[in-house]
Each structure stands twice: as C-alpha cells, then as structure tokens.
Design a protein around this ligand. Structure first.
Ligand SMILES: *Cc1c(COP(=O)(O)O)cnc(C)c1O
Length: 354
C-alpha cells in the first residue's frame, strides 16, 4: 500500500483544448493544460504540484545542461470504446525510470509521486486523450539535475516533471535501415540500458549520416566488431526467422529493456512462435536472408508500437522485403492495439485504469 501523497493542484483558468485538433497533431508539439513538478532538496522530494503548463526559469550554470544528468520515460494513455481512460503498463516504466536514475547517480522517485502524480495529472487532462485508432496521449516523465554549480559531481538538487502531449501515428511508413559499421550507441559497462538524454544526443550524428544516404534509421551494432545487433534507432528490434522470433538479449547492458519489447515477446508466444532472446549477428541475418528464412524484421517502441522494416543494408549487401506478404508483425500490432484500445480482454493486467 502506498500512502496518499500530498499533491497540490492548481487548475488552469482556461483550457487550450479548443485551439488544438487533437485528432490531427504532429508528435510531441502540443501539450495539455497541466504539468506535474516536484523538487528534490536536502535528501527528500518536496513541493509536489500539478499546475498550469508553463515555462521554467533556470540559471545558466544548471548542472544538467553541462553534465547530462537527465533521464526520461515514454508512456501512453488510451481511451476504451466507452471513453474510459487507461494507461498502458505504467508500473513497468516507473521501475525502469528508477533503474535509469540509479545508473545516472540520481535519486529515485517514490511510487506515490510518479504513479499517483501521473494518475491525478491524467485524470485532470483526460479530455486531451484522443478517442481514435493509432491516437493516444503521450506521457513524458523526466528528471534533471538542477544545482547551480559547474563542478563535475552529482547534483544535490533535482526536478522531476510529467508533461502530456496528444499524438497520432508516429513512424507509420515502413523503414529503410542502414546497419551501422562505424558508430556505436552502447557498449558493455556503459549506459545503453538507461533512458538518459545523452544516449539520444549521441545517436544523432550517425542517424543524420544514414539519412543523407537515403535511410531512415541505423541498426546499431556492438562497439568491438560491429557485428552483433543491438537496436534499431530508438527501438528494440525483432527478426522473424522461420517460426522463431529472435531479439537481442538484455544481459550485456547495451539494450534498453523496452516495455513494448516485453509485450511483443508475450504476444508472439501467444501466437505460437518460438522466442529466442540471444546474441544475433549481421552474418547470421544475411545467411537467413540468403536461405529465405528471414521472414520479417521490425522495431518496437511506445512511440511507434511496431515499425516495419522493408530494407536492411549491410556494406554491399541489401536485404529487401515484400512487406505486403507479412503476417506476424501485423497480427502482433493488431493484438497489442486491441488490448490498448480496450477492444479485447486485458489478460495480462497491462491496462492501468485512470
Ligand atoms: C524508449 C526506448 C525503447 C523502447 O522502449 P519502450 O518501453 O518499448 O517504449 C527502445 N530503445 C531505446 C534506446 C529507447 O530509448
């Protein structure tokens, strides 16, 4: 049992909702009427408040801007056919947030603030959840260091916030992917498993180069040989080889443990596929492609759910796929969506009622 936290609520005078068509918005551009804010000072969390969405002011020396103690999460809320709001697997994101916090030498956030705060914030802004297929309310919890001191050490003060953004389909077009052979996202012992801002900053150069050559994203490979496959862009990756779904295992800490990845594993099992979480190399992938066993390739993540990959390029070898023939990834997306939009029974306890 958690105790009821003292969360102060200051309501917005007017709603901005009438100015935004929430069924036709670009990802991450519009924010709801309220936000949650909490401060960590003298070893404890305080000043937990839900208030009108507004700018922050900070000192130019604020530590997170210089040394990157900044972590985040991405979660989605949906409406069921009766218009009741639900959040998809938020406890898993809460736990992962605190794993990221520990790795970045930041304080953990108590469940009362993260979960009850999110619950109350969404209850207040529930009219912002679009009631439409492929639409949802994106929830962005984040934390950053706030000491005003440009000395390299963990900050003594932090701010935890949650903001909300209505969203439609994200990457809805099948992607062309470049298998990265020079740049690295994560190495064992590093921070690849934590959802910290710097992982994104560090990935942008290689992604921009791939874009210049006509690809949408890169498929990250290991830091030593650039052979072992890790993730695709900011998504986990799955390969359907014969009747087996193969996805890179989490154990060397270079892979972000995606909630969608975990959901996909559960549903693919339900669909009768074998699941293998293990090391997989680009050489194995090319062999499977040459023998006709590589059936489908896709990325998984909260933003896009399932993103189909229609082409993979490694050195001079191109793997092209006829995605019109694909069944597994489309069925998987349908099954996950049906749970999220409350169209079928939630057998796994994934939906958290607001
Ligand atoms: C957030 C993220 C994912 C996807 O995680 P979900 O919980 O499924 O949204 C995958 N890879 C990286 C690097 C990420 O940051």
């Amino acid at each position: 049992m958690t105790t009821e936290t003292d969360i102060k609520i200051i309501k917005a005078q007017t709603s901005k909702l009438k100015n935004v068509n929430i069924e036709n918005v670009p990802f991450g551009k519009y924010f709801t009427d309220h936000m949650l804010e909490a401060d960590y000072e003298n070893g404890e969390w305080k000043n937990v408040v839900i208030k009108p969405y507004q700018s922050l002011t900070f000192d130019p020396s604020m530590a997170s801007l210089h040394y990157g103690q900044a972590i985040f999460e991405g979660i989605k809320a949906y409406k069921d056919p009766n218009g009741n709001p639900f959040i998809f697997r938020p406890i898993d994101n809460f736990k992962r947030f605190n794993v990221s916090a520990e790795r970045m030498q930041m304080p953990t956030v108590p469940e009362e603030i993260f979960m009850d705060g999110m619950h109350k914030l969404i209850a207040l802004d529930k009219d912002w959840i679009p009631a439409m297929q492929d639409h949802s309310l994106y929830i962005r919890p984040f934390m950053f260091s706030t000491d005003h001191l440009i000395g390299v050490r963990p900050s003594d003060t932090y701010k935890f916030m949650i903001i909300l953004s209505p969203t439609g389909p994200y990457y809805n077009v099948p992607m062309k992917i470049y298998v990265e052979e020079k740049y690295t996202r994560a190495a064992p012992g590093g921070v690849g498993f934590s959802k910290n801002a710097g992982n994104y900053g560090g990935s942008m150069y290689a992604t921009a180069l791939a874009r210049k050559h006509g690809y949408d994203q890169v498929l990250w490979t290991d830091a030593f040989e650039h052979k072992t496959l890790q993730e695709v862009g900011t998504m986990n990756v799955f390969f359907i080889i014969g009747n087996t779904a193969v996805t890179p295992s989490l154990e060397d800490g270079t892979i972000l443990a995606g909630v969608t990845r975990d959901s996909a594993i559960t549903i693919l099992k339900e669909m009768g596929l074998n699941i293998e979480e293990r090391k997989i190399t680009v050489d194995e992938l090319m062999e499977a492609h040459k023998s006709g066993n590589l059936k489908e390739v896709f990325g998984t993540g909260t933003a896009a759910t399932i993103s189909l990959i229609k082409e993979l390029k490694y050195k001079d070898y191109t793997m092209q796929f006829n995605i019109d023939e694909w069944k597994v990834s489309k069925e998987l997306k349908n099954r996950i969506d049906n749970i999220r939009y409350g169209k079928v029974a939630d057998d796994y306890g994934w939906m958290y009622k607001v």
